[in-house]
Ligand binder design. Structure first.
Ligand SMILES: O=c1[nH]c(=O)c2[nH]c(=O)[nH]c2[nH]1
Length: 335
């Protein structure tokens, strides 16, 4: 039999589900929560025999990986676990510190939405003067999620763990505007049937992923020893990124998905709260809404300014994707 080589490999636990509750010390009935779905994969040269020679001795069981994710979610300080980027950094640091034979740790995390329920009346139904956020009741007010993807591996010489990439993001943020979007002036040839439009529906499910540039080549344990000094404010950057996605979508008079996408990324990169972001990758499907022909009933519904009833079409959709980096070339040069 011809020899074959293991070209690449990683293993671990996927779909680890965790909810962390943090009780305010001054009022234990007031909670903050974070719900995550986590994938954590390990890799390393020492693991090769587990694939090629059925030698399980270097294998940290995927069950132990899951246990570790659960225990860290309990033992790390609440503020750390509630910040998904920080939790991920601690997870990577843990595996590289605890297992000298593990060379790389990859973590992908999804944070599910839970927003506080806002009450307009008290428990007895008496109206409140203004909306009051409840102390420990939450609502899933959207299917968009916050994401973190990261990879850390050992530095060749020192063997200390270094973050190779750390990316925050949002996924599946569904938006629609019924005006303020045009598409004209595009290439016309023998394949073109699409009419030019000055005003159309624009709907998309935004995926936005931004790469952080962390202090160059600092080992993860050092980053975590002085996090306030060395780490960006991940949550501020995340909420500003979401704000720019929605604000730009609503207010930019859109000549195309491409141009709106680029403007969104520019605004994120120009925001002081996103200084540590080196590049932004945006994916925007163009979910078409097609005016329905009602001529059969003698009703005009196709003219741009008279179209009122549309067919939402799931497929095909356009798909516009781009990564926008700072002028200096972005994350690759810095991480
Ligand atoms: O904003 C758009 N960009 C395109 O590239 C495109 N192509 C298309 O058919 N419609 C649109 N809309």
């Amino acid at each position: 039999m011809a020899p074959h080589t293991l070209a690449s490999a990683s293993y671990g636990k996927d779909l680890v589900r965790i909810l962390r509750v943090v009780r305010e010390p001054s009022d234990p009935s007031c909670h903050r929560i974070a719900e995550y779905t986590v994938r954590c994969l390990l890799s390393g040269q020492s693991l090769v025999p587990s694939y090629t020679e059925a030698d399980n001795s270097p294998v940290v069981a995927t069950d132990s990986i899951k246990n570790t994710l659960n225990l860290l979610a309990k033992t790390l300080p609440g503020d750390t676990v509630l910040c998904p980027e920080k939790y991920v950094l601690h997870v990577m640091e843990h595996f590289l510190r605890r297992y000298a034979h593990i060379d790389g740790v990859e973590v992908d995390l999804i944070q599910h939405r839970w927003s506080r329920i806002a009450l307009d009346a008290d428990a007895d139904g008496r109206p409140l003067p203004s909306l009051q956020p409840h102390k420990h009741s939450f609502i899933r007010d959207g299917n968009d999620v916050r994401t973190v993807r990261a990879y850390a591996s050992r530095d060749g010489a020192s063997r200390r763990g270094v973050v190779r990439y750390l990316k925050g993001g949002i996924k599946d943020l569904v938006v629609l505007k019924s005006s303020g979007s045009a598409f004209y002036g595009f290439l016309r040839d023998e394949y073109t049937t699409l009419p030019e439009v000055q005003d159309r529906i624009f709907s998309t499910a935004v995926d936005c992923e931004y790469a952080y540039s962390l202090p160059a080549a600092k080992p993860i344990d050092e980053l975590l020893q002085a996090p306030a000094k060395l780490l960006p404010d991940f949550c501020a950057a995340s909420s500003r990124a979401v704000a720019h996605v929605t604000h730009t979508f609503a207010t930019h008079s859109s000549p195309s998905v491409q141009a709106t996408l680029f403007k969104t990324a520019e605004r994120i990169l120009d925001d002081g709260a996103c200084q540590a972001v080196a590049d932004v990758e945006l994916t925007m499907p163009n979910r078409h809404y097609i005016p329905i022909d009602l001529k059969w009933a003698g009703v005009e519904n196709l003219k741009e300014d008279q179209a009122e009833v549309f067919l939402p079409t799931a497929h095909p959709s356009g798909l516009i994707r781009a990564k926008i980096a700072r002028g200096d070339g972005g994350s690759k040069a810095k991480l």
